[in-house]
Design a protein around this ligand. Structure first.
Ligand code: HBI
Length: 363
């Protein structure tokens, strides 16, 4: 049995789609930042294997060279497994394999075939944090094999996300968190609203822009401009929309804009695994108006800390925007404090790691 007060020596495998700090890593970047903050604060040691050029405050980085992995979220279900020449993902796995005995546990954050396939060839246990819902048959198959052979080793953000997989019942629900000290509560909002996230088709930005044009409510857009063609098409489709793109901002600047907003709009086309931007908004006292799809449906209390809207219906989105004053900014901050603190996240991950280690069979 693993001693619950044991301090772990952990190796995290980051997402291989971009260097940490580039914004391409999406919610996983925030999750890694949060875990370093809370787990190192409790005496655990963490090293993160990540692509060259990565930066993450208070983390020990092991930078690996090689070609970035094509993103999984823009390919279809029949996508075959791909690895670019000299893939950074392969170099990360090779490092983990040769250095594994320097660590108690490896935690994989890459949503990619290779680390799952290699799991049985490692002596050390690998805990897999799955960052998105089901996207391809090849990934469902290889993760399913790990679920069967290594019970307890799969972690996800939400129940909704887990339910997109055939092995849903074997996933540990780990949720997410924000470092509440980084987000300042604001009781007196300015007239505008915000949309935050990677600018990519699955995030449905065009609906938020359409809603801004119809309602006349100015919209601030923040996030990594991942798909310039998609963005250009939105600008051409809604030339008169009252929008302003502010780029991908670090948390301090991001929350300075976000906290002033009357609401955050979320328009996910896909099953958002969690929706970290939703709890960043709640932490600032900003209610969230979101399509009722994926993770946000488990976060937002409709009528209190936001509105859950019929998915893909811009008219209903506009209607909800006009009812924003019925929501309580104070209740938003209180929910963030109660449910999404770093401490609560640290407890959930420590418990999961202990489970993985206590059920891991050394060959
Ligand atoms: N795609 N192939 C691949 N691998 C990842 O780890 C990955 C991704 N797309 C998006 C992504 N990770 C991150 O933005 C997660 O936070 C969703």
């Amino acid at each position: 049995m693993v001693d619950p007060s044991q301090k772990f020596n952990l190796l995290f495998l980051s997402t291989p789609v971009g260097p940490l700090g580039s914004g391409l890593g999406g919610g996983v970047e925030l999750t890694l930042t949060n875990l370093c903050q809370v787990l190192q604060g409790r005496g655990h040691r963490i090293a993160i294997a990540a692509p060259i050029g990565s930066s993450l405050n208070n983390a020990t980085l092991i930078e690996l060279p090689g070609a970035l992995q094509p993103t999984a979220h823009t390919q279809g279900r029949q996508t075959s497994v791909t690895l670019p020449d000299d893939a950074v993902l392969a170099n990360m796995c090779a490092y983990a394999h040769q250095a594994q005995t320097d660590y108690d546990l490896i935690v994989n954050f890459a949503y990619d075939w290779l680390p799952f396939y290699l799991t049985p060839f490692f002596e050390r246990a690998i805990a897999h944090f799955i960052s998105m819902g089901s996207l391809s048959d090849a990934m469902d198959t290889v993760i399913g094999q790990v679920a069967k052979q290594f019970p307890n080793t799969l972690g996800v953000y939400t129940r909704t996300q887990a339910d997109t997989f055939p092995f849903a019942h074997q996933c540990h629900i780990l949720g997410s968190a924000v470092d509440l000290e980084l987000y300042d509560y604001c009781d007196q909002p300015s007239p505008w609203m915000a949309w935050m996230g990677r600018i990519s088709p699955e995030k449905g930005l065009e609906d938020a822009v359409a809603a801004a044009q119809i309602s006349g409510i100015p919209l601030k857009i923040l996030g990594k401009l991942e798909d310039p063609v998609y963005w250009q098409r939105i600008l051409e489709t809604y030339p008169d929309a009252p929008i302003e793109y502010l780029g991908f901002l670090p948390t301090a600047q991001l929350q300075a804009v976000l906290r002033q907003c009357r609401a955050l709009l979320m328009t996910p086309r896909w099953v958002e695994a969690f929706g970290n931007v939703a709890i960043e908004a709640l932490a600032c006292g900003v209610p969230v108006i979101t399509y009722a799809r994926g993770g946000p449906t488990e976060i937002i209390q409709s009528g209190k800390t936001g509105w859950l809207v019929e998915p893909d219906c811009v008219a209903k989105l506009v209607e909800a925007m006009q009812r924003v004053d019925e929501l309580s900014r104070r209740a938003c901050r209180e929910q963030a404090v109660k449910e999404y603190s770093l401490d609560a996240l640290g407890d959930r991950f420590e418990h999961w790691f202990t489970e993985v280690l206590s059920t891991h069979r050394l060959f």
